[in-house]
Write a protein that binds this ligand. Structure first.
Ligand SMILES: [Zn+2]
Ligand SMILES: [Zn+2]
Length: 140
C-alpha cells in the first residue's frame, strides 16, 4: 500500500493515510462551491482507520443537499479545508485533493451535482456525471 501525505496551507495540520486513494470525484454541490472558492471540490476517498493526524482541525457540521449530515474539518489558523465525513458513512473520509502532497495522477473519475454548477462551469463531457447525488457510493 502506498501511503498518502498532506497538510493545510500553513502546516499546522498534517496528515498521513497508510494507503493510496480509493477513488476520486469532483463535486459541484452548492456547499462545495463555497468551500472550493467557486469551482467544484476535487476529492479523494480514504479509510479513516488508516489516518494519522497531527494538529487539531476545527469542525463544522451541517446538512448537505444530499440530506446527509456532514462533518467538515479545516485548519482554524489558515482556513484550509481538509476533510469531509458523512455521518451515514463512517468508514469513508473525503479529503480535498488540494491538500495532498502528491496530486498528479488523481484526476477525478466522475462528477456529481453538476446540475448545481454555474453556467460558466467547464464540465468535462467525457467524465461520468450526475446532476445530483448519485445512488451508488464512490467507495464500497
Ligand atoms: Zn493551516
Ligand atoms: Zn459537494
Amino acid at each position: 500500500m502506498t501511503e498518502t501525505t498532506g497538510r493545510c496551507f500553513c502546516g499546522a495540520i498534517r496528515f498521513r493515510f497508510n494507503h493510496a486513494p480509493l477513488a476520486t470525484r469532483a463535486c459541484w454541490c452548492r456547499d462545495c462551491q463555497y468551500l472550493a472558492c467557486g469551482n467544484a471540490s476535487v476529492n479523494a476517498f480514504f479509510r479513516p482507520a488508516g489516518l494519522t493526524l497531527e494538529g487539531e482541525p476545527a469542525s463544522y457540521v451541517s446538512q448537505a443537499d444530499s440530506g446527509n449530515t456532514m462533518r467538515r474539518r479545516f485548519c482554524a489558523k489558515c482556513g484550509t479545508h481538509l476533510f469531509s465525513e458523512a455521518e451515514a458513512r463512517p468508514d469513508v473520509m473525503v479529503v480535498r485533493i488540494g491538500t495532498l502532497d502528491r496530486r498528479d495522477g488523481l484526476a477525478p473519475v466522475s462528477a456529481i451535482w453538476t446540475g448545481s454548477a454555474p453556467d460558466w462551469a467547464r464540465l468535462d463531457p467525457d467524465l461520468p456525471s450526475c446532476a445530483e447525488q448519485p445512488t451508488t457510493p464512490p467507495v464500497a
